[in-house]
Write a new protein. Structure first.
Length: 121
């Protein structure tokens, strides 16, 4: 408290709760009631999607001037502490990377994903 001022009487205290507020059941989202349980979700079949299918507009082609090309030497092959693209969390473009097929920073382009498994309920 500064000199010559008086503290606010309710400083540091929360206001009293509003006892008149009540959320009626019709305001709750009906979408939540239709969600499947964890046990029911395990019975669904899953289909693998290999590529996106664009229905609204054609896929935008990247201009060569917009491609982020790393400056890795062919001996380094985009190692973790050398590749500028990897340090910025960007994958190297397979067409423009100086390491070519030996580049180790193209996991999405090569579909090298982590193994996943469905957890039991």
């Amino acid at each position: 408290v500064m000199a010559g001022t008086t503290p606010h009487p309710a400083a540091g205290k929360l206001p009293p709760p509003h006892s008149s507020f009540h959320l009626s059941n019709d305001k709750l989202s009906p979408k939540c009631e239709k969600l499947p349980t964890a046990a029911a979700a395990t019975t669904y079949t899953v289909s693998t999607i290999l590529r996106n299918i664009y229905l609204s507009r054609p896929r935008r082609k990247q201009h060569p001037d917009d491609v982020m090309v790393c400056d890795c030497a062919s001996s380094a092959c985009c190692l973790q502490d050398v590749c500028i693209n990897r340090l910025m969390f960007v994958e190297c473009d397979p067409k423009y990377c100086p390491c070519g097929a030996r580049c180790t920073n193209q996991r999405f382009a090569r579909r090298q994903y982590a193994d996943v498994a469905l957890m039991p309920p």
